[in-house]
Design a protein around this ligand. Structure first.
Ligand code: NAP
Length: 337
């Protein structure tokens, strides 16, 4: 079967189209014929061994997100049957409950082989059936970015109707965040570097938006949107350069969901604000299967469609990665197998 794998050494130059033997299902396992994949920021980091020893070992099949059809089930499999369309879950062993080291280290596309293969062999516990109204490419966008936004809004902070939510940028996690926050009845503010994206995200339902390029001190402008009260929840995607401002527009007792470090990973901020405003800094690492399946039911119930920007062919993985790196996309960058 065809695979993309990082082989020989780390680095984008060592990411190659290759072949491996087709897998077969053992007890409790399923074989999934992959139909589509989608890219996340982390997929650009993995080929360069950007997560150190947690990145995994070579050869490694990259990319965490995808969808496929079950073609074979091993003895004892009960959760799915041949013909079911499933997404592999991002964390293969985090089914529910609190995170622990074992649950948080078994992620697809590093250190475990990912979705850029014709077939994957997975535990039946590591796949979830996907809603019928989604195309393969749309379903492939869900395991990482969508679940991260869902976990921030629902699992980790219980967003209520009328809550004020601030979301940074118009990337993959952010756009799912806007869609879910609107479903939950929240008032949504987005900050973005682009007026064109702001217009598009307003069409998706964002209630307010600020261009952080033309308004670099966006903390005051966004706090004013809340009538001075501040945000109940901020999806913190920028990290180093954005957190100081987030701490100035979060409401006392509010939650900053720490998700991304797009502008740097150091913490250079006034720790006093965290104390005096009794702010909760909540790290979010994608989420568990229970959360994923609750999210899938919600997507089904509301017939929600993910935003797909562009679909590349399987063989065009490197072109798709370069496109993601360029930042030109609005919505998910996908691959049809
Ligand atoms: N913790 C987790 O479980 C988890 C899961 C998924 C992703 N992440 C992390 O979350 C971040 C976003 O991932 P993604 O896949 O959504 O990335 P993405 O699709 O590449 O999104 C990038 C977007 O973020 C916005 N952005 C960049 N720098 C910004 C800044 N300084 N301030 C505000 N917005 C900024 C930009 O939006 P505009 O063009 O609109 O300005 C950019 O288009 C990454 O750091 C990723 O590693 C974490």
């Amino acid at each position: 079967m065809r695979v993309f794998q990082i082989e020989g050494d780390w680095g984008m130059d060592h990411l190659r189209l290759s072949t491996r033997a087709e897998p077969h299902a053992g007890p409790g396992q399923v074989v999934v014929q992959m139909k589509a994949s989608s890219l996340n920021y982390r997929d650009l980091v993995v080929p360069n061994r950007g997560y150190g020893s947690h990145t995994g070992q070579l050869p490694l099949i990259p990319v965490s997100d995808g969808v496929g059809v079950v073609t074979e089930v091993g003895p004892g499999v009960r959760r799915v049957a041949v013909g079911d369309r499933v997404c592999p879950t991002y964390f293969q062993r985090w089914i529910s409950g609190e995170p622990d080291l074992e649950r948080l280290t078994q992620s697809l596309g590093g250190p475990i082989d990912g979705t850029m293969a014709d077939y994957m062999c997975l535990s039946e516990e590591g796949v979830s059936k996907v809603p019928a109204h989604l195309s393969d490419v749309e379903a492939a966008t869900l395991p990482c970015a969508a679940l991260t936004a869902w976990s921030a809004l629902v699992t980790c902070s219980h967003t209520q109707p009328g809550d004020r939510v601030l979301i940074q940028g118009c990337g993959g996690v952010a756009l799912f965040g806007v869609a879910f926050a609107k479903l939950l009845g929240a008032h949504v503010t987005v900050i973005s570097s682009s007026d064109e994206r702001i217009e598009r995200v307003r069409h998706m339902g964002a209630d307010a938006a600020i261009n952080y390029r033309t308004t670099p001190e966006w903390a005051k402008a966004t706090r004013d949107i809340t009538g001075g009260r501040g945000y109940d929840l901020i999806l913190e995607l920028g990290g180093e350069k954005t957190l100081p401002q987030s701490l100035r527009c979060i409401r006392p007792g509010g939650t900053v969901a720490m998700i991304g470090i797009l502008s740097g990973s150091a913490m250079a901020t006034s720790l006093g604000l965290i104390i005096t405003r009794q702010v909760r800094l909540q790290g979010v690492t994608v989420g568990h299967r229970d959360g994923f399946e609750a999210m899938l039911r919600t997507i089904d119930q509301h017939q929600l469609k993910p935003v797909v920007d562009r679909v590349f062919a399987f063989e065009e993985l490197k072109e798709a990665m370069a496109y993601l790196q360029s930042g030109a996309q609005f919505g998910k960058v996908c691959l049809a197998h």
